[in-house]
Design a binder for this molecule. Structure first.
Ligand SMILES: Nc1ncnc2c1ncn2[C@@H]1O[C@H](COP(=O)(O)OP(=O)(O)OP(=O)(O)O)[C@@H](O)[C@H]1O
Ligand SMILES: [Mg+2]
Length: 207
């Protein structure tokens, strides 16, 4: 099967960090984001964002009755928290499916349900355990492995470095270009760089 140069970020659960991971990644690679959530406020604060510039109108909202765009251009699909059958062929041909989850059991339950359904479509999956301490990360790994999910997993800590990406539209690169912030967030930035290395290993190409 031909593998496209696109990334899908998904989990049936709301508020786990799908958009945060999508925007942090898309601003790194300068890839456009497509969202299947017609109520998403992302367009409002991402398009014409002074931090992003470079005419990268970054967020495209795809209405419920529209076809999901499937051009060859590299892109990221930030998927809302529901079963959207339009995503099935897109996940199948994606270079990578990133599944963010929070470490709490209630979130893991949904993550496991999501993986049971969608892991049949691809084996190119990374799990991002978001807002987690190292101890929580270990427990999540054990829990997911006990359910048979042994995909590469990465921990992201709770950090303003990540919340600012969404809440203030400031990409990670821009935050790290400031001396004090670069120093304060250096360890959190290392985790982001680990995420990028993992994504790179799936041969995702920048635009
Ligand atoms: N690692 C993090 N550190 C600090 N804040 C975070 C982190 N990840 C996400 N957040 C914050 O948590 C909230 C939820 O994140 P986000 O919007 O990315 O989740 P989502 O899965 O896209 O939610 P939805 O399903 O509503 O679209 C946001 O306010 C975001 O700024
Ligand atoms: Mg979102």
């Amino acid at each position: 099967m031909k593998i496209g140069k696109h990334i899908v970020v998904g989990n049936g659960k709301g508020g786990v960090g799908k958009s945060t991971v999508s925007v942090a990644t898309s601003t790194h690679y300068k890839m456009r984001i497509y969202g299947n959530d017609p109520w998403s406020p992302m367009a409002k604060y991402l398009n014409n964002n002074p931090f992003i510039g470079e005419k990268l109108s970054i967020f495209k909202k795809v209405g419920l009755n529209e076809q999901m765009p499937q051009s060859a251009a590299p892109k990221i699909y930030d998927t809302g928290g529901w079963a959207d059958d339009r995503m099935i062929p897109i996940i199948r041909s994606a270079s990578l499916l990133i599944v963010p989850t929070l470490p709490e059991l209630i979130d893991l339950d949904t993550t496991i349900r999501f993986l049971k359904k969608y892991s049949k479509l691809t084996d190119r999956i990374i799990i991002v355990v978001n807002k987690a301490t190292p101890k929580e990360f270990g427990l999540v790994q054990q829990h997911l492995e006990a359910h048979g999910f042994t995909y590469p997993m990465l921990r992201l800590p709770q950090s303003k470095l990540f919340s600012r990406v969404l809440n203030q539209g400031e990409p990670i690169q821009s935050q790290m270009s400031k001396g004090a912030a670069a120093w304060i967030f250096r360890n959190h930035y290392k985790k982001f760089q680990e995420l990028i290395s993992m994504i790179d290993s799936y041969q995702v190409e920048a635009a």
